[in-house]
Design a protein around this ligand. Structure first.
Ligand SMILES: *[C@@H]1O[C@H](CO)[C@@H](O)[C@H](O)[C@H]1NC(C)=O
Ligand SMILES: *[C@@H]1O[C@H](CO)[C@@H](O)[C@H](O)[C@H]1NC(C)=O
Ligand SMILES: *[C@@H]1O[C@H](CO)[C@@H](O)[C@H](O)[C@H]1NC(C)=O
Length: 589
């Protein structure tokens, strides 16, 4: 039995503690009138102090982790760390505006060689080559590689260049030799022909294997596709060139013929589509003819053909179709409309010079056909299956509440009395989570769905506030460009998916679940909510913070998705920046 006095003592301690909590979390002014800087931002006012009080020793660090290079964009800030799968980023970054994202996966280098000086090209042909190189870069980038175009300059930097030049080789062999010299100069990675494309899902076994790195002992080559793709370590590559030079064979056509076979390891080329001239002649005779008649137009047709195959491979990879997440369908019609337009564009057939053809690597594909296009569904719950491509559109909690209450004048009383905490997450994760599960566990599930290994290549996520809010408006062109680098092919933009093509048809694309309050009203509310969220000074700041504090987990995943999207843009810009130093980069778009 606990003595009576001890119980009284415990009560007093608890009472004092409660008082401390209450006083320490009383609201403080949101902004300093002189500097205009916020002293305490957002829900900090309501919550984190409480957790400080409870768990002082579980704080992982006393200082904010240092800012990483290129880790901000607009309002998003992030910190890449392996502990990303944590319900609340602020427990690591000590800054609730800074999301913890998974570390960026290593992108292995993949090189291709383009020698602009070797042949006399017309302007049109150069443009066609530029388009092919662009398609090649986009396709490999989307598969998690770092594509780089090499030129004669890189070959000349190789110390063995002099020796090769003196050899008076057959021109085909010489060109191939230069390609290898450029590769050997750069080092470890893959060397691909510009006509070699990855034609499979991101989680394909061969592509996953190539992403894990190269075999340090041997150079990999692929059966049936000749010199289309190699993977090797820098030392082995230069050994192989050395080996080839010593053979003094000047009449062979390619390096593959003269390098000793034991230096290679042969693998099966599943997942690789090689559009060699033989395969074009065999499978796509119309294109072959066109190339003979008019090289520039023929090559452009080839680029279009390859793009349609990449798009079709995507469609074949998701037999269950595309799911556009739409929880609370009574008032989220306008909210998901941009995503729905994107889904429709993805389900469409790309224009192709040979619409019913298949990639050379998979002659048994199901060609895209307008009467059997991909199914688009609008479920309110996320389903974790590799058969389904998911497009998620996350609203800020304030936006959702405003739509739910059908007013731009949401009150804190309404939020507290009438709304459930973390309603969006609860609804979206209801198929994958136990109904008892709290917001923080659900946040972890959704983060996994956005950024986990199995999510890459099978879903796209965006925040509502990054999209246009005018009725019937299409997606921003910059966002579509960005998605193309995630997907690896050009999204058909002839419909009304791209803002640039707007004008005549501002049709509303909604038929299922018609909006209760009218879609125009929803757009109006969305626009006002976006302004309220962006505006740091107006009188809605308090209510926005209130909505965030009431929906901590919803806010957390919203910030997470915003930062994740922003980081992928920054990552790509950085790569393009670095790539500028290479010869091939001149030939873009
Ligand atoms: C990344 O950071 C470097 C140096 O901090 C800067 O020079 C570069 O412009 C940044 N790149 C982007 C895309 O912000
Ligand atoms: C919105 O909130 C107000 C104030 O709580 C309430 O009177 C009104 O009925 C709500 N409207 C809807 C559509 O829920
Ligand atoms: C989805 O399923 C895969 C494989 O079963 C699993 O690894 C992954 O963690 C799941 N993702 C979510 C968000 O539950």
């Amino acid at each position: 039995m606990i003595p009576h006095r001890s119980t009284a003592l415990i009560s007093i301690v608890v009472f004092v503690a409660l008082l401390l909590v209450i006083f320490s979390s009383s609201p403080s002014p949101t902004s300093d009138p002189l500097t205009g800087e916020e002293e305490v931002t957002g829900p900090a006012k309501y919550v984190p102090k409480l957790s400080n009080f409870h768990l002082p020793m579980f704080r992982p660090a006393a200082h904010e982790p240092p800012e990483q290079k290129n880790s901000t964009s607009g309002e998003s800030k992030w910190y890449s760390h392996w502990e990303w799968i944590n319900p609340f980023s602020s427990s690591i970054t000590l800054d609730e505006g800074r999301s913890v994202l998974p570390p960026l996966a290593d992108r292995p280098f993949i090189y291709t060689y383009y020698d602009a000086s070797s042949e006399k090209h017309s302007k049109e042909e150069e443009n066609a080559d530029g388009q092919l190189l662009l398609a090649w870069r986009r396709a490999w980038y989307a598969q998690g590689f770092r594509p780089i175009i090499l030129g004669r300059g890189e070959a000349m930097n190789n110390p063995m260049y002099e020796a090769v030049q003196r050899m008076n080789l057959n021109p085909d062999l010489e060109a191939d030799m230069f390609r290898w010299l450029a590769w050997g100069n750069m080092g470890t990675g893959l060397l691909a022909d510009v006509h070699c494309f990855p034609m499979a899902r991101v989680d394909d076994a061969l592509l996953s294997y190539l992403r894990r790195g190269v075999d340090p002992a041997q150079i990999s080559r692929f059966d049936h596709i000749g010199s289309a793709l190699f993977a090797g370590d820098k030392v082995r590559i230069n050994d192989a060139i050395h080996n080839a030079i010593q053979k003094e064979n000047t009449q062979a056509k390619s390096m593959l013929e003269i390098i000793s076979p034991e230096l290679f390891r042969v693998e099966q080329p599943t997942a690789l589509a090689y559009y060699s001239s033989t395969s074009i002649t065999n499978h796509y005779p119309e294109i072959a003819e066109k190339i003979v008649r008019s090289p520039a137009a023929g090559r452009l047709a080839l680029v279009e053909l390859i793009n349609s195959h990449l798009h079709n491979t995507f469609q074949n990879a998701f037999p269950a179709g595309i799911a556009v997440l739409k929880p609370f369908p009574k008032y989220t019609t306008a909210l998901v409309e941009p995503s729905l337009r994107l889904a429709k564009a993805l389900a469409q057939c790309s224009t192709s010079p040979m619409p019913s053809s298949c990639p050379p690597s998979n002659q048994k594909c199901h060609p895209c056909s307008p009467d059997k296009s991909l199914v688009i569904t609008q479920p309110s719950m996320y389903k974790n299956t590799s058969q389904l491509f998911t497009i998620g559109t996350l609203p800020h909690p304030y936006t959702l509440v405003s739509l739910q209450n059908n007013t731009e004048e949401v009150t804190s009383r309404y939020i507290r009395r009438e709304t459930e905490r973390d309603a969006w997450l609860k609804e979206v994760t209801s198929t994958v989570a136990d109904s008892e599960l709290g917001g923080s566990s659900r946040a972890v599930i959704l983060k996994e769905a956005v950024a986990g290994d199995s999510a890459i290549g099978s879903s796209l996520w965006m925040t509502v506030e990054s999209l246009p809010a005018e009725a019937g408006q299409a997606l921003p062109s910059a966002l579509l460009d960005e998605f193309e680098w995630q997907l690896g092919f050009k999204i058909p933009r002839d419909g009304n998916v791209d803002q640039k093509n707007e004008g005549k048809a501002k049709e509303s694309m909604q038929h299922a679940n018609p909006s209760e309050q009218g879609i125009e009203r929803e757009y109006d509310l969305l626009q006002k909510a976006r302004d309220a969220i962006k505006d740091k000074k107006n009188n809605r700041v308090h209510i926005k913070d209130m909505a965030e504090a009431w929906n901590l987990a919803d806010t957390e995943v919203w910030r997470f998705v915003r930062a994740y999207r922003a980081r992928s843009v920054v990552e790509r810009r950085r790569w393009e920046d670095e790539e500028k130093d290479f010869v091939g980069a001149r030939l873009k778009e």
